[in-house]
Design a protein around this ligand. Sequence first.
Ligand SMILES: [Fe+2]
Length: 298
Amino acid sequence: MDKIEHSRRCNVESLDMSEKKGSVINRRNFIRTSVLGSLGALSYAHWVEPGWLTVTEKEITLPKLPSALDGLVIAQMTDFHFNPDKDEPLIAEAVAAVNSANPDLVALTGDFITDRADVFDPLMSVLAGLKAKHGIYGIMGNHDGWSKNQQFFRNGFQQNGMEFLVNQGTGIRIRGEKLYITGTDSIWSGTVDAPACWRGYTGETVLALVHEPDVFDDLRASHRVDLQLSGHTHGGQCRVPLIGYAPVKVRYGRKYIYGEYAQNDSRIFVSRGLGTVGRRVRFSCAPEVAILTLRSPK
Ligand SMILES: [Fe+2]
């Protein structure tokens, strides 16, 4: 009996030991897999996604868009934060993507640089390849305004035959219909002067270029805004896959973070932009060129 009891006890003890051993190995495997997965995700977010251009093709219906402007194509590029050592292939690819869409207008909605003004000319030499039937329009971003005054950027635009709109608007005629394009200063690094933006406005469809998206509510409360194009948020720069939650939010970009939003007869589209600020990482939020086709209601 003693021998049998002893043998049973040994079997139970050896079973306990192998279970403990198994759970230690499982824990080690879990930790190893988690560490390798995290390192892989960090490497991907740093080395792969910031250089991975995506082209978003989207139709936006504007409730008051005249039928003559139905089908108008606007290409938007924003938030370059240009780093000439790393970003030139990405921006050249983005320029080629815009040109292949044969746009009517190109909107460049600010943050050309982060803090080094000397990178602006190299960026403009790449952007000089852009083509649009009815013009290329740019505005100030907050980083631009923190680094240089608007005249610095305006000179670069004018030298390349592009318009730079800071608290001013311009009316253009497309297919016999007038379109009013207005551009604001950055609200963070400058002052948004809405009355100046709409000076000379005569009641036509309004395309507003505004770097920081959350200015939208104030502008549309006092003036007609058919479509506002903005950047600034980088779409969050890092988002939770599948659910798209962006944990990091930026001042003046907390309400409208990415994509199209509607408020009464006004629409806003916020692009993820092309560059990065802070650490060079993007996750589930790749650099974007937006090709937007405007539609009038059916
Ligand atoms: Fe930015």
